[in-house]
Ligand binder design. Structure first.
Ligand code: ATP
Ligand code: MG
Length: 566
């Protein structure tokens, strides 16, 4: 479904949407305005998708809008690359902010003015304590903090020092601007929080115009107010910042009074979601980059072939609540399979090829058979699959001495080649070490299309490719990046990396039709899973990423629990 079709769909019921609905009904809000406010210090991950779907979903679902806002207040960690990738990823996920693209840095001049406003009213002061001293003076959860000796410095002196901080007279860390609230507050965020710090760093957008930068707490709520954001939705860790958010809004001449609401972050099993950790994986080379298909980043998921619709479906199913929890990654995988099963064209590909010569098939001849593109979607039609005397089958589909429950090919046994013929294995050719290198078979010409002419049954149906027509491919199989289920629990995540998270298979053989796969299309190699062409593919080296295998563990969990959906 196109996202546009879901416009003005209020979405599932949750406490945020209930608040918005009642604000609209009571006339407290006229047009709903939300924002997605990433800091451009890394690539977006699946956790951000929850915030994106919620903010854009609420903004548009209630006939309002959602802004794209960059919280770019820390130039030492922020880069253009991230600003660009974030926009690309939000669009890919299916959302559009129209002309409403904002940067906290657009407001630096006004925020500076508001810093002066607070000083003038005795609500802020310039503090000369060093960062370590500020930390010491702050106190702890059980002990109140101590006033800074600079807390009562005259307004004029603070105004003068603040101007000179801006003018670049002082080195990094020499002074800060602090709100003057309450050093004994039970909420540590209210113990005279820092509003501005000195950072002689080049900013991706304002260059060297500034050497003082507002903190998140000072920029965030004020940016919301400037943009007229009605519902400022953020994750639970900001709950304790809300009193400060409100305190600042009350004391500043803001054009609008926004309200902040908090919801629980998304945590997924076997997945790490902190940008800091993800940056480390990239920098230390544990993965090939931000878009490595094993990464929980949106760019990694895109490269892996995961459709944005599956991510939106997943986010819709987990809902929005106020209690932190850990979601089983199998549920995301279920949504991916569900989507791909309906859409992915079926193809045949052999990952570990074993050559088969069909001895009674005329040499030098061939034919074209018809194969169904997608049994789930009759409109997907059929395609031509070439067949000939020599084919490849999956090595694992043959056993010389099969156990009782092995229903595939074995000496003397007959099986069906999907869409082709019944074949019977007549001879096994091995090399000096006893490894099977080739099979000799015969086929029954009366079983064309894989149909039995006389009601004769075979137990196995194998996929295959014609040796003369097959295209060579390299296939990358992925497993979970981490071996520990609860990665949010403490521990060194590098020690929990799965050493087998990627397997590269060379010399795979796939049917020629895959050459016509449009970029971004995910196909199903029958019996193997879903695959997409990696952008690193070249004319001579076709590379596939396995998006996901076929086995659905979530469906199993659900049916074991009595079949109720999530
Ligand atoms: P990280 O911890 O990954 O660095 P962050 O919160 O610092 O994330 P921001 O760029 O500040 O990253 O996030 C932008 C928005 O996305 C914020 O409103 C934040 O609350 C939200 N967000 C981040 N992670 C998650 C998550 N796991 N689940 C839901 N929302 C999230
Ligand atoms: Mg953050």
């Amino acid at each position: 479904m196109n996202v546009a079709e879901t416009d003005l769909d209020e979405g599932p019921r949750d406490f945020i949407r209930d608040i918005v609905r009642s604000d609209l009904a009571a006339g407290r809000v006229e047009t709903v305005v939300t924002r997605f406010p990433p800091e451009p210090n890394g690539y977006l991950h699946i956790g951000h998708a929850k915030s994106i779907c919620l903010n854009f979903g609420v903004g548009r679902g209630f006939g309002g809008r959602c802004h794209m806002r960059f919280d770019d207040t820390n130039p030492t960690k922020e880069e253009h690359e991230y600003i660009d990738s974030i926009q690309e990823d939000v669009r890919w996920l299916g959302f559009d902010w129209g002309e409403h693209l904002y940067f906290a840095s657009d407001h630096f001049e006004r925020l500076y003015e508001w810093g002066r406003h607070l000083i003038r009213n005795g609500d802020a002061y310039v503090d000369d304590l060093a960062a370590s001293e500020i930390r010491e003076y702050r106190g702890t959860l059980t002990e109140p903090g101590t006033d800074s000796p600079y807390r009562d410095r005259p307004v004029d002196e603070s105004l003068d020092l603040f101007a000179r901080m801006r003018a670049g007279e002082f080195p990094d860390g020499a002074r800060v601007l602090r709100a003057r609230i309450d050093m004994a507050s039970g909420n540590i965020n209210m113990r005279d929080p820092v509003l501005y710090r000195i950072l002689h760093a080049e900013h991706p957008r304002t260059g060297t115009d500034w050497c003082i930068y507002p903190t998140y707490d000072f920029a965030h709520g004020q940016s919301d107010a400037i943009e007229g954001v009605t519902h400022s939705l953020c994750t639970l860790e900001f709950e304790d910042h809300r009193p400060l958010y409100d305190w600042l809004i009350e004391r500043l001449p803001v054009p609008y009074v926004p309200k902040q609401y908090e919801f629980a972050r998304l945590n997924l099993t076997y997945t790490i979601m902190s940008k800091r950790a993800l940056i480390r994986l990239v920098r230390e080379g544990h993965v090939r980059g931000w878009d490595d298909p094993r990464m929980p980043t949106l760019s990694g998921m895109r490269r892996r072939g995961i459709p944005p619709e599956a991510i939106r479906d997943f986010i819709g199913r987990i809902g929005v609540a106020k209690a932190d929890n850990l979601v089983d990654v199998a549920m995301l995988e279920h949504c991916i399979r569900d989507r791909l099963n309906k859409r992915a064209p079926r193809r045949m590909g052999v990952l570990d090829p074993l050559k088969v010569v069909i001895e009674n098939y005329p040499e030098g001849e061939g034919e074209v058979l018809e194969a169904v593109n997608n049994p789930e979607d009759p409109e997907a039609g059929t395609r031509a699959v070439p067949f000939g005397r020599e084919i490849f089958i999956e090595r694992a589909d043959f056993m010389k001495d099969p156990p009782r429950k092995f229903f595939r090919l074995a000496p003397g046994r007959e099986v069906r080649l999907r869409y082709a013929y019944f074949i019977t294995c007549t001879d096994v050719i091995e090399d000096a070490s006893g490894e099977v290198v080739e099979l000799r078979c015969t086929y029954d010409p009366d079983t064309r299309g894989g149909n039995s002419p006389d009601g004769r049954k075979v137990k196995g149906t194998l996929h295959w490719v014609s040796a003369a027509h097959a295209v060579a491919a390299e296939i990358h199989l992925y497993d979970r990046l981490f071996t520990r289920s609860d990665m949010s629990a403490s521990g060194d995540f590098v020690a929990d990396l799965n050493p087998q998270s990627v397997t590269v298979l060379e010399g795979c053989r796939v049917e020629p039709e895959v050459r016509n796969t449009a970029g971004g299309t995910v196909i199903q190699f029958e019996r193997q899973g879903y695959f997409c062409v990696d952008p690193d593919s070249t004319e001579d080296n076709l590379v596939f990423n396995r998006t996901i295998g076929l086995r659905d563990t979530w469906a199993k969990i659900q049916s074991a629990e009595g079949g109720s959906g999530p």
